[in-house]
Design a protein around this ligand. Structure first.
Ligand code: NAI
Length: 705
């Protein structure tokens, strides 16, 4: 706690008109309100005061623009060590909110800004919830995403208010709601314009107004059938259990516990429901899965710190105009992402047809959001209007940043930068989206070396949360900082990595993908290889990933890595064979798999004549494919590709799809232990060759923290 926090409490009581008191949430020296020790303490004192004053009503409001309560302090949850400790903490919060709920005054929460987790649980203890109808207001219980459950009564109060059919999925998925959705589901009793929220809440608290809670009869009937009758409950449980198993692959302990708590709590008296919720919270909070997810959450926030000073680097707020050079797969996606963040984009390509492709690439994800009614058509149009296509070099004089995404050819990239460096301002950031060319090699051929930085996006841009930010030897600090800020502005995670071949993610991914191809070459069945990794928790099997990336693209990166690292990175000959047969992957309709949709079959036609080996057990497949990746990660740490071990975890989860519940590659390696990893590598080296020989600095991976 800082001095300031010790002196100024995170909330205060202020009188309002007509015998109404306001609890004003205003954590000192912070942008958001959080539930932490100080908050619980101050809230307890506030309830004492309200009990003494006995007003007609109270309202809960926030003094932070855009934020009501962001949730509980995650570091507090991460610090819980035993189930008993965690359970006790949940009890504390529950008791406070039950006491609040029982206050014999009219209680109204006036929500404006994000109201998440413990914040929403607090609001749910109020009689009425008034919500600001603006873009910054969202409501939800995202605890499940951290591997835990709402432990301040949320599993009981939310379904009680919305009905079980609406409430259960909200707690299970952690989905957040916009104000109108919240009203529709009965979570918000009233919507009001942001300026009027508090006034409306006061009118209700003073007894001058009484919102009608009218859930349609049909919804109430269905809720009764599903939640209160034994066959209905059995049906709901069965159906949801199946869905949960499908979504989580059985890897995440929180959803099944949430299901149990919500279902059993529905219609149960408060006391019993709370006790069971706290116990379940206690057990979940200390599971390795929760610890890993909590680590990733805080780690992700840490990424936004300035790489050298360690100070929080603010999201960029000054970029107004950008240029994207090359309107292909990546250029289109990047342009869409920039425009989505409110930036004017000049999208330049040499070919008119490519511009069409690029614009379609930018519009695709927006159209899908419109289809799903997550976006209004006019908002999509506004985003698209910010992108202006061109085949010439006009419109570049006043851009703040240039992002180059032309084909992966060194001379072409240099030429493109030389063309623009004389046109743009002399403080414009020049970023390259290269996936394998060293930044310094590009810098070598241009004048503005200090303004060049790598911004390596992943495909598809709109979905992939990570961007590698790569300073070259001459890149100015301010340029690096600007690049990190821009990535944050796009609501993505910036990972600063060194200018080494393959940067971080591709360097780790390639040995894994390559080993999958080598395994197929040894006769391991394609479905067995992909299936084992899916069951390990990867979102997609490695051979399918190769098909999606395209074998031609993968081959290019493989050769760069082979040139840099020699035989251990030599591409599997099988990839060359597929390439020669034109089986480039999904875009060609066949690669390792044949077909483009969900149903695919192993490609036996182009891969005939391979030895037929029986499918090894999953563990053997996982060991073979991922051990080399651990070895390579140890090298990356030793070479300073990443500054700290945690970044290996964030990079592999956010950039390579490593299963979040395992916490990332390094944390998974740590859970195996150094001896086991060495044993695996030695055994693999004896069987398959030197590429598995343990790196001499492997031990550092286990010591460094
Ligand atoms: P692409 O081939 O889809 O698009 C490249 C575009 O650049 C084409 O539309 C082409 O007409 C245009 N172009 C060529 N010369 C130009 C010039 N002088 N000025 C303006 N435009 C020009 O390629 P893609 O896949 O979008 O890749 C672009 C860059 O992004 C490459 O460096 C690639 O390594 C990198 N990258 C690709 C990823 C992927 O999965 N496709 C992932 C991450 C990075």
């Amino acid at each position: 706690m800082t001095d300031l926090e010790a002196r100024i409490p995170p909330l205060r009581i202020e009188p309002r008109e007509e015998d109404v008191l306001a609890i004003v949430l205003d954590r000192p020296d912070a942008k958001v309100n959080l539930i932490d020790e100080a908050w619980l303490h101050a809230m307890t004192a506030a309830l004492d005061e309200i009990e003494r004053a006995r007003p007609a009503g109270i309202v809960l409001v926030s003094a932070k623009p855009g934020n009501f309560i962001a949730g509980a302090d995650v570091s507090l949850i991460a610090s819980l060590e035993t189930p008993a400790d965690a359970e006790r903490r949940a009890r504390q919060g529950q008791e406070l909110l039950s006491r609040l709920e029982d206050l014999p005054v009219r209680k109204v929460a006036a929500i404006r800004g994000a109201c998440l987790g413990g914040g929403l649980e607090t609001a749910l203890a109020f009689d009425w919830i008034v919500v600001a109808d603006d873009d910054r207001t969202v409501l939800g219980l995202p605890e499940v995403r951290l591997g835990i459950l709402p432990g301040f009564g949320g599993t009981w109060r939310l379904p009680k208010r919305t009905g079980i059919l609406a409430g259960l999925p909200l707690v299970l998925t952690g989905r957040t709601l916009r104000p109108r959705q919240a009203e529709k589901l009965g979570l918000a009793d009233r919507l009001a314009s942001p300026e009027l929220v508090e006034r409306v809440a006061i009118a209700i608290a003073a007894g001058r107004e009484k919102p009608k809670r009218r859930r349609p009869v049909r919804a109430r009937m269905l809720d009764f059938l599903a939640g209160r009758t034994p066959p209905g409950r059995a049906l709901l449980r069965n159906f949801t259990e199946k869905n949960v198993a499908k979504e989580t692959g059985g890897h995440y302990p929180a959803p099944p516990r949430i299901l149990e708590r919500v279902l059993d709590g529905y219609g149960t008296p408060r006391g019993a429901a709370m006790a069971r919720e706290a116990a379940a919270f206690g057990q979940l909070a200390v599971t390795p899965e929760a610890k890993n997810l909590l680590f990733l959450f805080t780690g992700n926030e840490e990424l936004a710190r300035h790489p050298w000073t360690g100070r929080p680097a603010p999201a960029d707020a000054t970029t107004v105009r950008a240029a994207v050079l090359g309107a292909g797969t990546m250029g289109g996606g990047i342009a869409g992402s920039l425009a989505g963040a409110g930036i004017q984009v000049r999208l330049r390509d040499v070919a008119v047809e490519s511009l069409r492709v690029g614009l379609a690439g930018a519009a695709g994800p927006l159209n899908r959001r419109v289809q799903k009614r997550r976006m209004k058509p006019r908002d999509r149009d506004a985003v698209m209007e910010r992108i202006s296509p061109a085949t010439d070099l006009t419109g570049l004089t006043n851009v703040d940043v240039v992002i180059e995404a032309v084909p992966e050819i060194l001379e072409l990239k240099q030429k493109v930068f030389r063309e623009v460096e004389g046109i743009v301002r002399d403080d414009t950031i020049l970023a390259t989206n290269t996936s394998s060319i060293p930044i310094d090699a590009i810098a070598h051929g241009i004048e503005a070396k200090e303004r060049l930085v790598g911004l390596h996006f992943f495909n598809p841009v709109h979905r992939m949360p990570l961007v590698e930010v790569i300073p070259g030897a001459r890149t100015r600090d301010g340029v690096l900082e600007g690049a990190v800020g821009l990535v944050r502005r796009l609501k993505k995670s910036p990972l600063v990595v060194a200018d080494r071949p393959g940067f971080l993610v591709n360097r780790l991914l390639l040995p894994y993908l390559n080993e999958a191809a080598l395994a197929v070459q040894d006769g391991w069945p394609i479905p067995a290889v992909d299936g084992a990794l899916l069951r390990f928790g990867m979102p997609m099997g490695p051979l399918r990933v190769l098909d999606e990336v395209g074998l031609d693209v993968a081959a290019k990166v493989s050769h760069v890595l082979e040139d840099a690292f020699g035989t251990r990175a030599r591409p599997a000959p099988l990839m060359q064979r597929l390439l020669e047969a034109g089986a480039l992957g999904t875009k060609a309709g066949r690669g390792f798999w044949v077909g483009t949709g969900r149903e695919r079959t192993a490609n036996t036609q182009d891969l005939g004549g391979l030895p037929a080996a029986p499918a090894p057990p999953d563990e053997e497949i996982v060991e073979r494919l991922l051990s080399g990746m651990i070895n390579e990660a140890a090298r990356c740490l030793a070479e300073g590709v990443v500054r700290e071990r945690d970044h290996l975890d964030l990079g592999t989860v956010l950039g390579a799809g490593f299963p979040p519940f395992r916490g990332g590659l390094a944390r998974w390696a740590l859970s195996l232990g150094e001896d086991e990893v060495r044993r695996r590598l030695d055994a693999l080296a004896a069987r398959y060759g030197e590429r598995f020989a343990p790196f001499e600095g492997l031990g550092e991976l286990f010591r460094n923290s």
